[in-house]
Design a protein around this ligand. Structure first.
Ligand SMILES: O=C(O)CCC(=O)C(=O)O
Length: 268
C-alpha cells in the first residue's frame, strides 16, 4: 500500500497568478486513487458515524438539505487527522496564498446525500473572525464528482466584490448573490471534478453547488487554512463570535491565532 499526502505538489507562477485573479483554482492529480480510497473510507465512515442529522430530507431547511456536515474530524485522531495534517495540501495552500506558512482554521466533511439540495451561494469569510483575506479552503472530493452530483462552482473574480458579504448561507444569499453576480458579469465556473482533482478558493470568493441528482453520495473533505501569522479580529456578527469560541478558543483579539486547535501545517 503506498499513499501520498506529504509530497510537494508543484504550483507554477501561472497558477499562482490565476488564483490571485480568479479567487479559486482547480488542480488535477493532487491525490491518486489509492490515497483517496485509503483516507476517503475513513473520512466518510467517521462522517456517517458522527452525523447528528436525523430528519428526512423533505423536512429540512435549505441549508440542512445541502449536506451532512461534520467538523474538525482531525480531533478524532487516526486517518482523518493524518489527512488534515498532510503537507501536500498545506503546501499548495501556502503557495497560492503567497505566504510563508499556513495553520489550520478547521476542517469539515461535507457529504451531499443522493437527493440532497443546492449549496446556496455564499462567501465563507462572513463566518470567520480573521483580520486579513489570507484564508483558503481545499475542497477534496473523495470520489469523482460528475455534474449531476453537485460539484463546487465558483464566481470567478468575485473575491473583490463587497456586495453580499453580510449574508449567511441561506435562500436569501442564493437569490441575492447569484442575481448580483449575473448583473455584474461574474461568470460561474461549474463543471465535473475528476478523481484526484482538488479545488482551492479564497475566503471571500463567492461559490455554490448544485443538488445531488445522482444515486450516490458526494463525499467531500475540506481543510480550511489561514496565514500562519493570521490575527484575530473583534467579531462583527454572532457567527464570528461562535467561530472564535469553537475554532480558536483562547485566541486574543489583535494577536496571532496560535492555539492548540490551530497548528502550523506547513512552513516554507
Ligand atoms: O461542498 C459544498 O457543497 C459547499 C462547500 C463550501 O461551501 C466550502 O467548502 O466552502
Amino acid at each position: 500500500m503506498s499513499v501520498d499526502i506529504d509530497s510537494l505538489y508543484p504550483v507554477s507562477d501561472e497558477q499562482v497568478a490565476r488564483f490571485a485573479r480568479d479567487g479559486f483554482i482547480r488542480l488535477k492529480n493532487v491525490f491518486d486513487a489509492e490515497t483517496l480510497d485509503y483516507y476517503g473510507r475513513a473520512i466518510t465512515g467517521q462522517t456517517v458515524a458522527l452525523n447528528t442529522q436525523t430528519l428526512p430530507l423533505e423536512e429540512r431547511s435549505t441549508y440542512d438539505k445541502a449536506f451532512l456536515q461534520v467538523m474538525n474530524l482531525w480531533e478524532q485522531g487516526g486517518r482523518p487527522r493524518e489527512f488534515v495534517f498532510g503537507r501536500k495540501l498545506a503546501g499548495i495552500a501556502a503557495a497560492l496564498l503567497q505566504v510563508d506558512g499556513v495553520r489550520l482554521y478547521h476542517d469539515q466533511s461535507l457529504y451531499k446525500e443522493p437527493g440532497g439540495g443546492i449549496t446556496p451561494a455564499h462567501a465563507d469569510q462572513y463566518y470567520w473572525p480573521v483580520a486579513s483575506d489570507r484564508t483558503i479552503t481545499a475542497w477534496v472530493p473523495l470520489q469523482a464528482v460528475p455534474q449531476d452530483m453537485g460539484p463546487l462552482a465558483f464566481f470567478a473574480g468575485s473575491q473583490h466584490v463587497e456586495f453580499g458579504r453580510d449574508l449567511g448561507i441561506s435562500d436569501e444569499s442564493e437569490a441575492k448573490i447569484t442575481a448580483d453576480m449575473e448583473h455584474h458579469g461574474f461568470p460561474i465556473v461549474d463543471g465535473p471534478f475528476d478523481l484526484g482533482e482538488v479545488s482551492f478558493h479564497l475566503g471571500w470568493t463567492f461559490h455554490r453547488a448544485g443538488p445531488n441528482r445522482s444515486h450516490d453520495p458526494r463525499s467531500v473533505m475540506t481543510v480550511i487554512y489561514m496565514d500562519r501569522d493570521m490575527v484575530l479580529k473583534a467579531p462583527e456578527n454572532t457567527q464570528q463570535q461562535n467561530d472564535w469560541e469553537r475554532w480558536c478558543p483562547g485566541a486574543t483579539v489583535g494577536q496571532v491565532i496560535d492555539t492548540p486547535l490551530n497548528p502550523v501545517l506547513f512552513e516554507a
